[in-house]
Design a protein around this ligand. Sequence first.
Ligand code: SF4
Ligand code: SF4
Length: 164
Amino acid sequence: MKEVLKELPKKAKQKQNENKKFFTKLKKKPPKNLDYVMQELHEEEFTKTDCLTCANCCKTTGPLFTNADVERIAKFFRQKPQQFIENYLRIDEDNDYVLQSVPCTFLGSDNYCSIYDVRPKACREFPHTDRKKFQQISNLTMKNIAICPAAYNIVEEMKKRIKV
Ligand code: SF4
Ligand code: SF4
């Protein structure tokens, strides 16, 4: 996995133009069964890729924390939301709560998340490859394929299966 992650930004860059063209066409005319295909591709990929051998999302980009996330996680730590914010979060340029630093404080050396059951919604949903109307998040996906080997593989498979 280490080697895969090292090569990933370069590989994602090489695919940039091809992916851009693909997603532009996909957005114009998304196939009717796109949600279904994405669900299938996502499930197939995650039977092969084990996030516990990777954790690159937790190491390199943090999630944003919604108010509901803050309340839930603060409660887990038996802290007041404000106390949790002061301890772990900052406000970024888009006015969102994000981690003060990466790798994520809650990531263990064994790649397990210490707040897994109450983790932010953004962590639960990353890399968003099973979300509905996938064509609407193509810009985000093009960024994510440089971070997430599963997202990279899913997009490669997508281009084979969906003719645009
Ligand atoms: S979601 Fe992607 S980047 Fe995050 S741990 Fe799993 S494979 Fe790695
Ligand atoms: S909260 Fe957990 S899943 Fe989310 S980035 Fe941190 S370690 Fe990863």
